[in-house]
Design a protein. Structure first.
Length: 252
């Protein structure tokens, strides 16, 4: 099962690379088929095997010799690792499938935000659609209440909070950050999206200090917040209950 999950994660990771490259450019994700972005030559199936093709080709296009960005294998490997982590957290079932797919969408959103400083609405909408499908599946298969009130309140309060921050900071928070945290509020519900927000700001502060200290970024350089929201989501899904219980035990 573990090997199958890794293969599945690598295949989806390869598709994420298509999303990451094409969505910001307004290109179709279905047509044309995979091709070298430098020379435009169509890629054969054996040039598209996740990780393996990159290593065999030594990171270069078979047809023009142009270097292939290391982002491609990193995204594939990262997605496979995320799937393994979610499998360890949930076992195989509806929750594993849901959180794995959400993690993939968020990985694509984080990379696009890092490269382009935008979070595409299409990815945010995908999160909401997946969340609705997950709630419906849990209700019809397991009789679990969809808890829509908690989801809607999480979406409105989280999105409203970020909208207020954007207004107060005069652009310090982007529109994509607002819609993304709103969608995650629908996924997590109010209690856990607040933890997501807290962890996002903590991780953002720590990493930003490191970037400044290492002189990778200057004080006035823009730093996208989307990746920190995504990181906060991963931590919330994996350790959210433990973090909240630890906090309650400390204050009591």
């Amino acid at each position: 099962m573990t090997l199958l999950i890794v293969i599945y994660g690598l295949i989806i990771g390869s598709f994420l690379n298509v999303l990451i490259y094409r969505i910001p450019r307004g290109e179709s994700i279905a047509w044309p088929g995979s091709h070298c972005p430098a020379c435009g030559h169509p890629l054969s199936w054996y040039d598209n095997i996740p990780l393996f093709s990159y290593m065999v080709l030594r990171g270069k296009c078979r047809y023009c010799g142009t270097g292939i960005s290391a982002v491609y294998p990193l995204v594939e490997a990262s997605n496979a690792l995320l799937y393994l982590i979610m499998y360890g957290r949930f076992g195989f079932g509806a929750d594993f499938i849901f959180y794995s797919l959400i993690s993939s969408v968020l990985l694509a959103a984080a990379i696009i935000d890092l490269k382009e400083m935008i979070i595409p609405d299409s990815l945010v909408l995908s999160i909401l659609v997946l969340a609705l499908m997950h709630k419906a599946a849990n209700y019809f298969l397991y009789g679990i209440s969809p808890q829509l009130i908690g989801s809607i309140s999480g979406m409105l309060i989280a999105g409203g909070l970020f909208a207020a921050i954007a207004l107060i900071s005069r652009g310090g928070m982007g529109g994509g950050d607002i819609t993304l945290i709103g969608a995650l509020g629908f996924v997590l519900g109010l209690k856990y999206v607040l933890l997501n927000i807290f962890l996002s700001f903590i991780s953002g502060a720590i990493i930003s200090v490191f970037l400044l200290a290492a002189k990778i970024k200057k004080r006035k350089d823009p730093v996208p917040f989307g990746p920190f929201i995504v990181l906060g989501f991963y931590m919330t899904v994996l350790w959210g209950k433990d973090i909240i219980n630890l906090y309650i035990n400390l204050i009591l």
